[in-house]
Design a protein around this ligand. Structure first.
Ligand SMILES: Nc1ncnc2c1ncn2[C@@H]1O[C@H](COP(=O)(O)OP(=O)(O)OP(=O)(O)O)[C@@H](O)[C@H]1O
Length: 329
């Protein structure tokens, strides 16, 4: 980290598009986002709004055919431009990702301790085996897993425990930035709360910065300092989590804050209350505001120009929204 900034992650005017048979698909459009040390920033939005694409660019894990414009700076270094050596150091040791679906991300034939040790061996190959093992046990304790369970296989653990293993792996090389992509999807509500508690506790204890992605705004409201709401590849509102949840400015953020996961299927697409229709196909965005066709507050001008993401003078805590109608009756 440089002395002049505590911005671990600084995403500047990021645009990502995929090449598809039906033409270019703009998945992320003009996103700015900052995560500072000791801060948890959330990204919320319906399936397909570009959250995972955004997360993948932070470690340059986007598909090869994706075209990336703009800058993704981690500790001041542009991830999209760095050489392979720097990129290898960045992954795990500078920044790491906790992916969704721990069951599928863990190797079924390797013991838990082996998997947590893997990134340590990769980045610190000279460490003695017993030093690595001691670190593994320390990490397990840190994420609330009894070290006595270190020799089990993933199938012997519950869903919540497997997610804790993933978090231990993400912390193994002591990165400054952790990205959690849907870390609680497919876990039951009680376990979700425990995992979120764990993540926020780790940020407070260790001072890392964290970017948490979720389709469920209520999950983010509990743990995040700030939240960005995405729609059709753009950030449509960003601000302090508590304010955004209790007093959203953008009609889409309002629908999202009133949304609930479908009962009995926590992994299902959430149901945005009061909203008809689906998000647009990114290859055929409507003119003006992409949300206008579904927006209960839309007027003619919303279909004429895309509203910029600007401060609406609601407060001075970095609250921005991309809607012409904020403040209007
Ligand atoms: N490899 C790819 N090739 C082409 N299009 C893609 C690819 N990956 C994602 N997309 C498209 O990009 C858009 C954004 O997808 P992305 O996965 O980033 O959204 P998301 O908000 O994370 O959704 P989900 O929660 O369902 O993963 C979607 O329209 C998706 O269909």
């Amino acid at each position: 980290m440089t002395e002049t900034t505590t911005e671990l992650l600084d995403i500047r005017d990021l645009a990502v598009s995929y090449q598809t048979d039906a033409g270019p698909l703009p998945a992320v459009r003009g996103v700015h986002l900052v995560v500072r040390a000791g801060e948890i920033v959330g990204v919320a939005g319906e399936s397909g709004c570009g959250k995972s694409t955004l997360a993948s660019t932070v470690l340059r894990l986007q598909p090869k055919d994706a075209v990336v414009d703009g800058e993704v700076l981690v500790n001041g270094a542009d991830v999209q431009k760095m050489g392979w050596g720097d990129l290898r150091t960045l992954r795990w040791a500078g920044a790491s990702i906790v992916f969704q679906g721990a069951l599928h991300s863990l190797n079924p034939v390797h013991r838990v301790e082996q998997q947590i040790a893997e990134p340590i061996h990769l980045h610190e190959p000279d460490l003695a085996d017993d030093t690595v093992l001691a670190r593994v046990h320390e990490l397990m304790e840190q994420v609330g897993l009894p070290p006595g369970r270190s020799r089990v296989y993933p199938h012997q653990l519950s869903g919540g425990q497997r997610q804790r293993v993933m978090i231990a792996m993400a912390l193994a090389c002591r990165p400054q930035l952790v990205i959690a992509d849907e870390p609680t999807t497919a876990l039951d509500v009680m376990v979700q709360a425990q995992i979120l508690d764990l993540l926020s506790g780790l940020v407070r204890e260790t001072g890392v910065g964290m970017l948490v992605i979720s389709h469920d705004l209520s999950v983010l409201a509990d743990v995040c300092d700030r939240v960005a709401v995405m729609y059709a590849g753009r950030v449509v509102e960003v601000g302090p989590a508590d304010e955004l949840f209790t007093g959203p400015l953008h009609p889409y953020a309002a629908a999202l804050s009133a949304a609930f996961p479908l009962v009995g299927d926590p992994a299902a697409r959430y149901a945005p209350s009061g909203l008809a229709g689906d998000p647009p196909d990114p290859r055929q965005l409507p003119p003006g505001c992409s949300f206008a066709p579904r927006c209960p507050r839309a007027v003619d001008r919303c279909s004429e120009a895309e509203p910029p993401l600007v401060s609406h003078g609601v407060d001075d805590r970095g609250r921005l929204a991309a809607c012409f109608r904020v403040g209007e009756p």
